[in-house]
Write a protein that binds this ligand. Structure first.
Ligand code: PLP
Length: 385
């Protein structure tokens, strides 16, 4: 049983079939997967929650048809930790951490890449490529290895060595570029067609988002179908935020949850905060950030192709976008570690810095349920440890 019915454009709504490789819409905007959610109302949400072990237990609501193509390294089903000690310190009674560091290859990138590579595999693709700040490359290399595909990973040359070496261990073709992720992306644009490589960039194919949306389903499972009040998310390209929002809407359409939504808060580093700048100016798209610089490499994304989707969700949810400095990130890291036993990546630590600021600014209240996302492991950031 599978309810996937194709993809449609997030901007102009044009529909495409889901049985051929596809990247962006003709109009240049990201494509979103669609499901026959009216029929999916027959799914038993309690049974799915009880049986849930990995993202593939949501297979009826994912775009891969054949079980044989569902690559599995144990992705998803990450713990929701209660951060009581940190909460006491900050005056927050219900503070939680969704710890995505426990995913294969140590980051939540595994969720999205697992889906994208599984679907690419189903469609007969042999060569996949990606521009990455590090974690997406590692995940792509691992899932491509499992599928017997070749991964071409393009990274900034200043990426810490463990991110590069893990890709090589998985057998990937690694290309280093003098620049940031957008320069890696520009390089791929010049070579991918001639080489016949399929592009797995954030939101440039529709299915990574489907992997990330499983975080939204897991929150509903873990919070007993009552979503938290606030979600604090370290934002780069924004797939996690957009994906969770999609999951909430799907669940409401299927009658799994009500109309209430968390306030969605995007956190970016002061050295690369295009969405925060656009939010404060009340804009509906974000202009490119010049000279991006931060220790939180996964957030060094100067321009997001899904900017209009991200901003729409932040406004619609009455959320916020907030910037934190690298210094605040560095201070939050040992704070979280010593209070909660969680050694977060700098991107995850940024949410700790953000929650402090939000409390000081009275944008969150003591009795609200607040979830911080630790999106990855620190263990590839050896210098930072
Ligand atoms: C990629 C990444 C992010 C940003 O995720 P987006 O989906 O691009 O917003 C955050 N944290 C870590 C550890 C990452 O690898």
């Amino acid at each position: 049983m599978n309810f996937f019915s194709g993809v449609h454009c997030s901007k102009c709504n044009l529909a495409y079939p889901g049985n051929k490789p596809i990247n962006l819409c003709k109009c240049g905007a990201p494509l979103l997967a669609q499901y026959d959610l009216e029929t999916a109302r027959n799914l038993d949400k309690h049974k799915i929650r009880t049986m849930y072990r990995s993202i593939w237990d949501l297979a009826p609501l994912l775009p891969v048809q054949d079980k044989e193509n569902m690559l599995n390294l144990g992705e998803g089903n990450t713990p929701l930790l209660i951060a009581e000690n940190l909460g006491d310190l900050l005056g927050l009674d219900y503070l939680y951490i969704k710890d995505e560091a426990l995913n294969p290859t140590g980051s939540f990138k595994a969720r999205g890449i697992c889906l994208a590579v599984s679907k690419a595999n189903e469609l007969g693709i042999k060569d996949v490529c990606i521009p990455t700040a590090g974690n997406a490359g590692g995940a792509l290399a691992a899932y491509a290895a499992l599928a017997g595909m070749t991964a071409h990973v393009v990274m900034p040359e200043d990426t810490p060595q463990p991110f590069i070496d893990e890709c090589k261990l998985f057998g990937a073709d690694v290309i280093l570029i003098d620049g940031v992720i957008s320069d890696c992306s520009a390089y791929l644009t010049t070579v991918k067609e001639q080489k016949g490589w399929f592009d797995i960039s954030t939101l440039k194919e529709p299915y990574r988002l489907e992997g990330k949306k499983t975080m939204g389903y897991e929150l509903a499972f873990q919070f007993d179908w009552e979503l938290p009040d606030v979600i604090i998310y370290p934002l780069g390209g924004g797939t996690g935020l957009i994906g969770m929002w999609k999951a909430f809407n799907e669940m409401e359409t299927m009658g799994w949850i009500g109309w209430e939504r968390p306030r969605m808060v995007a956190v970016q580093p002061e050295g690369c905060a295009p969405i925060v700048r656009a939010f404060h100016a009340g804009e509906i798209i974000a202009s490119q950030w010049e000279n991006p610089s931060t220790i939180a490499l996964g957030l060094r994304v100067p321009q997001a192709i899904g900017d209009f989707l991200i901003l729409k969700i932040i406004y619609e949810s009455r959320g916020a976008a907030i910037a934190v400095s690298d210094m605040e990130i560095k201070e939050s890291l040992p704070l979280l570690a010593s209070k909660e036993g969680v050694l977060a990546c700098p991107e995850g630590a940024a949410t700790v810095a953000a929650v402090k600021k939000l409390k000081q600014q009275d944008l969150i209240r003591a009795k609200e349920k607040i979830v911080l996302f630790n999106t990855g492991s620190i263990y590839k950031y050896l210098d930072l440890i």
